[in-house]
Write a protein that binds this ligand. Sequence first.
Ligand code: SF4
Ligand code: SF4
Length: 164
Amino acid sequence: MDMPFWKTKRLHEMTREEWESLCDGCGRCCLHKLRHEETNELSFTNVACRLLDLETCRCSDYARRQRRVPDCVGLTPEALAEIDWLPPTCAYRRLRDGQDLAWWHPLVSGDPDTVHQAGISVRGRAVSERRAGALEDHVVDWPGKAPRARRARQNNNSREKTEC
Ligand code: SF4
Ligand code: SF4
C-alpha cells in the first residue's frame, strides 16, 4: 500500500492542496494568546478571533482572512520554523517536530468530525472576541496541552479517547 504524502514528503515538498489538508480544523490557533513582556512566556485564552465559526471551528472567511484580520498569520513551511505558539496538537507542529498525525486527524480517520469527537477542537469551549471582554479574564491552559490518551470502547471498536 502506498504511504500517505505526509509520511513521504517534507513540509516544503508538499503541494498547496496537501499543505492545506494538513489543517485538522481544530481552531486552536485562532484563539488569542497573551505574551508576558518580562518572561516572554505565552498564555492561551479561550477567546476566539471574530472570524472563527465556533461551531465548525473553521474560519468564516478563509480566502480574505488576512485582509480582514491583519494579524492573522499565514502558515508556511518557512514561518513554521519561527512560530512558538502553535498548540501541541497542531498537525503542522507535530510534523515539524517529527511526530505523526494523530488518530483524530481527518486525513487518518477519514472523518472530519473526529477532531471534535476527540475533544481536540475548540467547539463548546471558546468565546468570540466580540463579547469576551478582557483577554486576561480568559486565560486557560487546555489549548497548550497535549491530550492524555486513554482507551475507550466506541461503536464496538477500540479507539483512543483524549482529554485536554
Ligand atoms: S492549530 Fe493547526 S491543525 Fe488546528 S486549526 Fe490551527 S493550523 Fe489547523
Ligand atoms: S482570520 Fe480566520 S484563520 Fe485567521 S485567526 Fe481569524 S478565524 Fe483564524
